[in-house]
Unconditional design. Sequence first.
Length: 402
Amino acid sequence: MDWKLAARAEKMNPSVLREILKVAEQPGIISLAGGLPSPKTFPIQEFADACAEVLHTDGQAALQYAASEGYGPLRQAVADMLPWNVDPSLVLITTGSQQGLDLVAKVLIDPGSKVLVETPTYLGALQAFGPMEPVPVSVASDNDGVLVDDLLAKAKDARFVYLLPNFQNPTGRTWTEARRAAVSAAAAKAGLPIVEDNPYGDLWFDAPPPLSLTSRNPEGCIYLGSFSKVLAPGLRLGFLVAPKAIYPKLLQAKQAVDLHTPIFTQRMVSSVMKDNFLDRHVPTIRALYKRQRDAMIAALRREMKGLDVEFNTPVGGMFLWARMPEGIDTVALLPKAVARGVAFVPGAPFFAGEGDPRTLRLSFVTASVEEIDIAIAALGATLREQLAHNAAAKVERELAST
């Protein structure tokens, strides 16, 4: 058969991260690549109890079709846990927060629409937006967040700006209060809508991050959240909060995609969340991830000493961002690291524009402390070998030119 692909399908590409994860799953590889929550944090017994309860108390309704907006008690629970006055009628339960990105793209993006993103940004968002054929434009960013002047310079005719202020994927950076206030005010003044993605905001280590952008201007923002990082990713359960002006169209887009998020899953999560379970459970996740973050920082300081490697110390979340020395391309470095038993994610694919080939993302939440030590040592050995190879090649070129 001569299948004729739609133009948008022609533009779809395989996920760079998913392809790397296939490599990382090989036996003997310690993966610092995937953004996978630690399975040690999954509340399995609580879900077993909730499953039995849901089936026993209202099994027929739990296995039936349901409202597209989501399960009422769960929407109310989401509204109650957010730190601003949220109308539960403006909460939409989604099949993972990734679906929220897809819905935003379908409702707000036309072919050729300008969409602003951080530098770098979440790869999954670029993929979700891609089929709608936008023109993604990177806004200059530093460790405090996007730069206000550059945001304003690029805001004209942009459909929205997509931002991750808390423990960003991929960099792990967290915006300061001053930068949040400035960006929120600037976006409101420019009439620039904000799509705020916050899957990691509860995973702070020592102190919670400043208030969200959405809490400062709810009418100018769409807020995305997830249960993947605080309960379990296999649930595929997320949510969005949107202004009245845009909520109906997002709901209609969802109806066309999947009718509704599985109601059985929603009811189970609603049951698990009773009696302030997250208030007791999430601190255990924070403590585990902080120990593993500390182990990775210590290992990097030890193994990268003298190699001119730059890396940050995230104050929450799941990721750490690093920049290798001059002359290192992390895409080329990856297979050599895998040969030594460690995998990471090259940083270049996370840029909407030209990527920085020297960057990489490391995840510290899935590997144990012992595995982190082994993996970072292997990464350091790989880097030293590559630097020695580069130096020898440089000498050969200089000799050949004389």
